[in-house]
Design a protein around this ligand. Structure first.
Ligand code: AMP
Ligand code: ZN
Length: 121
């Protein structure tokens, strides 16, 4: 199921250009347009799911594939030894701005923790 006006559905359909890294029947991966680390890409299910909290039992398999692919790509992009941050922002307070589930993969620099509110930066 695709959503007409969803930015990431449009990227998946090729209606908006992206720097694609990987695609199969279920999963699509592309570089973030505003990278927050030397390596920053997004892995999305082709199926439109707005947020992680909309995930249904039937989505378990595709989300497993998404997670599997994310770590394969992270390793291919040189992050196996150093590690990476794998993040789902879920809804507004967590910082979600695009309402099509996406797993951020960030790496290539030291990450901070915990994720303080923006005013503390
Ligand atoms: P979030 O804030 O967790 O919803 O993440 C949305 C991410 O999508 C942000 O990191 C944006 O930089 C990224 N983004 C927005 N538009 C595009 C685009 N056209 N191509 C690639 N990444 C995008
Ligand atoms: Zn979508």
């Amino acid at each position: 199921m695709m959503s007409e006006n969803c930015l990431f559905c449009k990227i998946i359909r090729g209606e908006i250009p992206s720097k694609k890294i990987y695609e199969d029947d279920d999963v699509f991966a592309f570089y973030d347009i505003e990278p927050q680390a030397p390596v920053h890409f997004l892995v999305v299910p082709k199926h439109h799911i707005p947020t992680l909290m909309d995930m249904q039992p039937c989505d378990s398999e595709i989300m497993g594939k998404l997670l599997y692919r994310a770590q394969v790509l992270a390793k291919e992009l040189g992050l196996e030894e150093s590690g990476a941050r794998f993040v789902f922002n879920c809804k507004a307070e967590a910082g979600q701005t695009v309402f099509h589930i996406h797993l951020h993969v960030l790496g290539g620099r030291q990450m901070g923790w915990p994720p303080y509110p923006p005013e503390n930066h």
